[in-house]
Each structure stands twice: as structure tokens, then as C-alpha cells.
Design a protein around this ligand. Structure first.
Ligand code: MC0
Length: 144
């Protein structure tokens, strides 16, 4: 079902500060910066490698408001890993297959994600405490 790890999403208070830390420490390059109003985040994608069906990235996330998913996460748990995203060939197909297994889907239909991907989230309580995202990439890879 999974092609690769698409990205690890990391919640932070200050996107620019965290970009500086990750770029300097791991010598990663920011390939995309976006604001996703629907998800309530300002984000940056730092390219790691290319894999089957797309690239893999560190995704840094700053909330647009305190009552957004990432805003609430930061208030409750502080900065750190927010979610793990897996690349899938077809997000609607993966949602149907996973939903049939009794895992709660947080989205009824695929939504707009980073770099024109299609995404859907699974409830963390049904996946061992890990907020899980499914990603269908728009392009095979984007590494800047
Ligand atoms: C909450 N919980 C988590 C969690 N967030 N567990 C693991 N990882 C997380 N990130 C746990 C809480 O501790 C709580 O457990 C339980 O789940 C319910 O959480 P809550 O605080 O009562 O409820 P909410 O209202 O904060 O909702 C949590 C939920 C929500 C995961 C349902 O954040 C959501 O729908 N997330 C999906 C969308 C999202 O995260 N978007 C931002 C990234 P206890 O034991 O205390 O009951 S957007 C993104 O990443 C896009 C742009 C992209 O990749 O392209």
C-alpha cells in the first residue's frame, strides 16, 4: 500500500527559526513554502531524497491560529513530531482499503496538500498514537 515515507511533519512556533536549524544542521534545502488555509498552517518542505512515486521531505509546520490542529498540538504537547505521511499511489483507494479495516478517517474525501498533492488523515488513536497522513504526489519528485 505504501510507496515510501513522503514526509515527517514537525510542529514549531517559529517557522523561520526552525528552517534555519534544520537547513544548517542537516544541510537540507527548502524546496517549497506554502500557506494552507484549510489546514491552518504555514509550512516549508525540506527535500531529503527521491523515492518511488515522489520525494521524501521534512515538513516544518507553524500554525496560523491557536485553534488549528497544529496550534492545539503545540499547546498540549509542545514542539516536535506532529505526523508521519506515507506516499500512496491513489489516496482515495488507500482511504477505502484502510477505512474497511475499521480505522477512522479524519477526512471524508481527499484534500489539498503540499505541492499540489492529495492528502487524507487517519485518527491517531487508531494507529498506535501516530497521526498518519496518506499522500498522493502530484509529481514523481520535486527536489528544487
Ligand atoms: C491529537 N492527538 C494526537 C495528535 N493530535 N496524537 C498524536 N499525534 C497528533 N498530532 C491526540 C490527542 O492527544 C488526544 O488524545 C486525541 O488525539 C484527540 O485529540 P484532541 O486534542 O482532543 O482533538 P483535536 O481537536 O486536537 O483533534 C486531533 C485530530 C486533529 C488529530 C483529530 O488534529 C486532526 O483532524 N488532524 C488532521 C489535520 C491536521 O493535523 N492538519 C495539520 C497538518 P487524548 O489521549 O488526550 O484523548 S496539515 C498538513 O500536514 C498538510 C498541509 C500536508 O501535509 O500537506
Amino acid at each position: 500500500m505504501f510507496l515510501r515515507i513522503d514526509h515527517i511533519g514537525i510542529a514549531c512556533h517559529d517557522l523561520e527559526k526552525q528552517i534555519e536549524l534544520f537547513s544548517r544542521t542537516f544541510e537540507l534545502t527548502v524546496v517549497v513554502r506554502e500557506v494552507n488555509e484549510e489546514q491552518g498552517v504555514k509550512e516549508a518542505m525540506l527535500h531529503i531524497a527521491d523515492g518511488e512515486g515522489g520525494g521524501s521531505y521534512i515538513q516544518l509546520l507553524e500554525p496560523l491560529s491557536e485553534d488549528s490542529p497544529v496550534g492545539k498540538f503545540l499547546a498540549k504537547r509542545g514542539e516536535g513530531v506532529h505526523h508521519v505521511a506515507f506516499g500512496v499511489p491513489d489516496v482515495a483507494d488507500a482511504m477505502a482499503k484502510i477505512g474497511e479495516k475499521g480505522v477512522r478517517l479524519l477526512d471524508e474525501r481527499p484534500r489539498h496538500g503540499s505541492m499540489d498533492s492529495l492528502i487524507a488523515f487517519l485518527h491517531p488513536k487508531d494507529v498506535g498514537g501516530m497521526l498518519t497522513e496518506l499522500v498522493q504526489s502530484a509529481k514523481p519528485s520535486q527536489n528544487g
